[in-house]
Design a protein. Structure first.
Length: 220
């Protein structure tokens, strides 16, 4: 958990990659806290193996753990994290968004169509195209970031998502040229500073508009 240095902040639940709650995810929480959000990153692997913290070169282990998870149970855990944060004394207005990366990007989408966060952001979510039958259940504004050279979530996937939501003004899909999967992972081997900064600034603007500008009290 990371909180603003002064005062309170609207809530953000950060959703992990397949590497667990590791240094990269802690950096993401710190980033949001430095921008006046209250951020938590729950351990979504806890049913299979608590306190997992992997590096990029432990991909096979991460994939194995991810394969043991029931996504419906996991989104239930995320909903519990949202409820926890809404009631937390450092959450300023009861509004909570979810922001996920890779597996977490997929989970951000599933949370948005199965539960009721106030906003959802997915970075290169893998598998969203397989769950577009749930698109009609979207409960909140949604922003998705895709990479042109992503071998797991290709431009064709981004096109499918865009087509599914072509008539829904709540949904924004961005694509980033000449970058690959995990371009926004802090300290990662595929990190691209320019694309990551652009995606992060878009995410911040989106969250300011959706969970700060429109809080639970309906006050701008």
């Amino acid at each position: 958990m990371a909180v603003p240095k002064k005062g309170k902040g609207a809530g953000v639940v950060v959703l992990q990659e397949i590497f667990g709650v590791n240094e990269s995810m802690r950096k993401v929480c710190d980033f949001f806290a430095s921008r006046q959000f209250t951020a938590i990153c729950p351990d979504l692997f806890w049913r299979a193996e608590p306190n997992v913290e992997l590096k990029e070169n432990e991909f096979d282990r991460g994939r194995s753990l991810r394969g043991k998870m029931n996504d419906e149970q996991v989104t239930g855990d995320i909903a519990s994290a949202i409820d926890f944060l809404r009631k937390h004394p450092t959450c300023s207005n009861g509004s909570v968004g979810v922001v996920g990366y890779c597996w977490g990007g997929y989970l951000a989408y599933l949370t948005a169509v199965r539960h009721k966060p106030d906003a959802a952001v997915g970075y290169y979510g893998v598998g969203i195209d397989k769950k577009l039958d749930l698109a009609k259940n979207l409960s909140c504004p949604l922003m998705l970031h895709y990479a042109e050279l992503d071998q797991y979530a290709s431009p064709e996937v981004a096109a499918q998502v865009r087509a599914a939501y072509k008539d829904d003004p709540r949904v924004t899909v961005y694509e980033y040229p000449k970058v690959g999967h995990a371009f926004a992972r802090p300290g990662g081997g595929h990190f691209n500073a320019k694309a990551a900064d652009l995606a992060d600034m878009r995410t911040l603007s989106f969250l300011v508009e959706t969970i700060i500008g429109h809080n639970k009290a309906g006050i701008l």
